[in-house]
Design a protein around this ligand. Sequence first.
Ligand code: C2E
Ligand code: MG
Ligand code: MG
Length: 690
Amino acid sequence: MFTLIRLLQRRRELNERLASVSAQIPGVLFEYQQDPHGFGRFLYVSAGTEPLFNITATQILDDPMALIHQIHPDDRSGIREIFDGSVTVATSRRETFRIQHADGSQHWVLGEAVSTPIADGTVLWRGSFNDVSTELHQAEQLRVSASVFGATHDAVMILDPVGIIIDVNPGFTSLLGYEREEALGHHVNQMAIEPGQEKLFADIRNYLTRHDFWRGEVVYRHKDGQVGPEAETLTTVRDEAGLIIYYVAVISSVNATREDFVTGLPNRNLLDNNIQQVCSEATNSHSKVALLAIGLDGFRAVNDAYGHRFGDLLLHAVAERLTLIARGSTNVYRLRGDEFAMLHTEQSSGMSLDGLCSQILNELSQPFMVGGETIHITTGIGVSLFPDDSLSPLELTQMASFALRAAKTRGAGQVSYFHPEMQTEAAQTMQLIDDLRSALANNEMLVYFQPIINLSDNSVEKAEALTRWIHPVRGSVSPGLFIPLAERSGLISQIGEFVTDQSIAFSHQVRQLEAGFQISFNMSPVELAVNSEQHMLRLERIHKTGLPGSAFVIEITEGLLLNANETVRANLDTYHDAGLSFAIDDFGTGYSSLAYLQSLDADWIKIDQSFVRELSPSSDSLVLVQAMIAMAHQLGLRVIAEGVETQEQRDLLQEAGCDFAQGYLYSPAIAPQDFIEWMRNWQKQFSRSS
Ligand code: C2E
Ligand code: MG
Ligand code: MG
């Protein structure tokens, strides 16, 4: 008796525990017994059956048919089979069936059970029922979106939160040429974004964290090397907790449309169309057509410095000005990025081709007011002519672009007419950019140092770091050639870091000969316009080796960027606070504004070699140089003359009060070891002469 009570008590405890455990598990647990005569009943059904079946556990325990009746008639056979079938070995079954609720809604339930046959032919099924409607719905949605993903003509790319490509569709392959396997696992920047645009993705991502949707133009590099802007929308996909799980990028070819949506101008596609028509008219009237490719200088730098939205506004303003020049005719197009085009025929514009070019150069050199900033830009123009250059109208655009590139290499505000060699030049430039990418890794870069002499006592306390590229085939390539390429391709930062490191190493060496020795290195405006982190790291490297900030001078040129931009200014401040000073390089060739010099906190100006070259006792250059020196001294700046080649130049400079001189008269830039040698000799000679 006593034992029986204890057994019952124990059983109640167990039941309670089972009930509390099953209450924590989603779905319903059950035990079902099927006897050898085909009679079945539920031995156990956990609580929580109502949301699934609309009936209580007790109802099911009382009559298993009550459950069967809840099941959609079409799905009943599957579940009956399980319960009616006799099995002799342990089996497991999974069955999904629909339950029709009283409110008309339909749920999908997954029944899972394992059978245990008992010797007398009885079978015990133990298992669970779960509502899987949501999962099935999601899977269905995935299937649908997967088929849309595959079928859409647009290129679709799925990126993980850092920008790694996790999937692309066939449209991606047909637009950009990369196979799915080639694309997966790559960062979108490495894979398809045109070099130099890397920052764009970071910008967009930044924007997406706040807005979840971005639309704009991205310049993609197609597998065949072709580069083109593509209209893109990027959408953020977040999980339930709001964390970004991936980005979906839909890329559609801008060329498929006819209007450029940044400027509202007709695009390249429409130009290709119109040009054919204009050329055939010209053929009939025996007249000529000129295609002008108009490119903005330093547009990338503006984009980097002020952001892409700002860049878009500037493009818009440029488009407006060009449209005015074209007298509202539809002859202005946007080709790509910072390139515009205009068609000129003798009849259309009512002015000569030369007149049109100089008007464009002139109008675009007037400052632009964009987003509260005053922006100066310069422009270059490339011209191709029909029928002179090509009888194929479609080739004209490319030829004009080649000519534009040539114009740009000649400097700001130039017009170049196409000539056939340009095609090979352009190909060579592309090749050179490719070579430049591997130059650092292949140890083809060297940093040389050129001494800077104090004119008051002939001492050498300063040197300028100048980078040399020894190309495996071409030999030495001038920085005048590769620095602009490095700026264009985004490699300039890597070069800058390399120069800093080499300067640090050299500084330690040379400071053993001259304790306060200062090394100056050149920093491109493009470099200064990028994030400050990189500049912090450079300072850290300097400090780590125990050198004071005053061991270095940064040479910067006078440029539009230095006027207003916050990033540049913040970076300069960082260097300044760390004790580095600034020299204004090539002084006299840019704006040379006093207010600008003062606001920059510069310590030195370097008079450009073009003035020094022309120095003679009664030259205009002498007057200019004297004025520059007087002005600089007034402002508390010291003066270095560049490119001093003769004793006469040196003497004139000294008489004019110039503080330092640098040039072939003393030494060209030389390797660090040679410099140490040179300096020892110089010091010997100098102590002899003093
Ligand atoms: P820069 O900073 O004005 O450098 C002076 C240039 O004049 C150097 O040319 C130098 O070799 C040359 N030079 C020096 N003395 C004389 C002389 O007596 N006569 C003549 N005719 N030339 C002399 P380089 O090395 O070809 O560099 C050209 C420009 O490339 C530099 O002009 C500088 O703006 C840029 N550059 C060089 N290295 C770097 C670098 O590491 N980073 C950046 N951002 N720019 C660099
Ligand atoms: Mg310099
Ligand atoms: Mg210079």
